[in-house]
Design a protein around this ligand. Structure first.
Ligand code: FAD
Length: 310
């Protein structure tokens, strides 16, 4: 791990530090003791140190130097401490909260440029849920999908699928930004992936060390003279992604510049509709996205609670 939050050291990101601290506490992020880490991880860290990357006890230190170390995780007694445990469980019994489980949102209800609820299927039955404010948190795939089904998106694409156009949104909607750099991965038999977040020459030095060699297969060679469909198949059979889609409803001041939501998470052109999930990342975080996504949730919640937030 190489000083991953370095970019967050200065500027506005610094101001997020209290929210990061709050999310870290709520999600119970903790450091693993050396005996908790897996043999592959131990092998990787041994190889990194052998390749000249110094050990660091705190890979999240914004002022720290390049180093490698064990990654803090939100794992308690072998269970991921997820957002529902962290944020929902403490308020489940709140009298102003109603949780509708087993519900799939089909679209946002919009009239005269204002959202007034959602159309959902609850236990398989259609149901209309009304609200003054709709906040979409269906993730980097789900949120743009719901927006598109609501008629919010590029007009031509919507028409092609027979969806009534409500409001134009960036042509980037629904196009995932991809992963944050293959930093962590569990090796599978037959898998050649060694995501390490290391720049190429350094990564090569690490994977050549004996400490990691036992866990790695032979190097993956790009097949020569291969046609498109065979290439697709080859990629599918030899690669895996790391489940970090983001940036499908990007945040920005100008809808003409690929922005779907404004800097306060409000969908451009639709009142009473916000997004608060990984889809609004403008740039992919260098670190893994779960914690920054929790911070997005904290930030949008704070903005909603501001007087006359809109
Ligand atoms: C297997 C796996 C391992 C991961 N490991 C890590 C990790 O170690 N570290 C890390 O930082 N990140 C990790 N990630 C990524 C991380 O989980 C995501 O970046 C993060 O959860 C994004 O949060 P989100 O709120 O945007 O979306 P999500 O957490 O995906 O939440 C979206 C929710 O909306 C629901 N939904 C979608 N569509 C609808 C609909 N139409 N109606 C109703 N509900 C809907 C989904 O079921 C889901 O519950 C991992 C992801 C996966 C899949």
């Amino acid at each position: 791990m190489l000083g991953r939050h370095r970019a967050a050291r200065d500027g506005p990101a610094r101001s997020c530090a209290p929210r990061f601290a709050r999310s870290i506490e709520r999600l119970r992020v903790r450091r693993f003791s050396p005996d908790e880490i897996q043999p592959f991880q131990r092998g990787f860290l041994g190889a990194a140190v052998a390749a000249g990357i110094p050990w660091t006890d705190d890979v999240d230190d914004l002022d720290g130097q390049v180093g490698c170390g064990s990654e803090p995780m939100n794992v308690v007694a072998g269970v991921r401490w997820n957002a529902a445990f962290a944020y929902l469980d403490p308020v489940r019994d709140h009298r102003e909260l109603t949780i509708v489980a087993d519900a799939t949102v089909e679209r946002v209800l919009i009239a005269n440029g204002r959202a007034f609820g959602v159309q959902a299927r609850v236990d398989g039955q259609p149901r209309e849920l009304r609200a003054d404010l709709v906040v979409l948190t269906a993730g980097a795939y789900g949120t743009p999908e719901i927006l598109l089904r609501s008629g919010v998106g590029p007009a031509a694409d919507l028409r092609e699928h027979g969806i009534e156009f409500t409001r134009s949104a960036s042509a980037a909607i629904g196009r995932p930004g991809g992963a944050s750099g293959g930093r962590s991965c569990v090796p599978r038999r037959g898998s050649r992936c060694c995501g390490a977040g290391l720049r190429r020459p350094m990564a090569l030095q690490v994977v050549r060390q004996p400490e990691i060699a036992a866990y790695l297969g032979s190097p993956l060679r790009f097949p020569p003279d291969i046609g498109d469909s065979a290439l697709d198949q080859w990629i599918r059979s030899t690669h895996t992604h790391i489940w970090h889609p983001a940036g499908t409803c990007r945040m920005g001041p100008d809808p003409a510049q690929d922005a779907v939501v404004d800097p306060r998470g409000r969908v451009h052109g639709v009142r009473g509709l916000r997004v608060a999930d990984a889809s609004l990342f403008q740039k992919l975080p260098r670190a893994t996205p779960a914690l920054p996504t929790a911070v997005i949730g904290e930030r949008i919640a704070d903005l909603i609670l501001e007087p006359r937030s809109g």
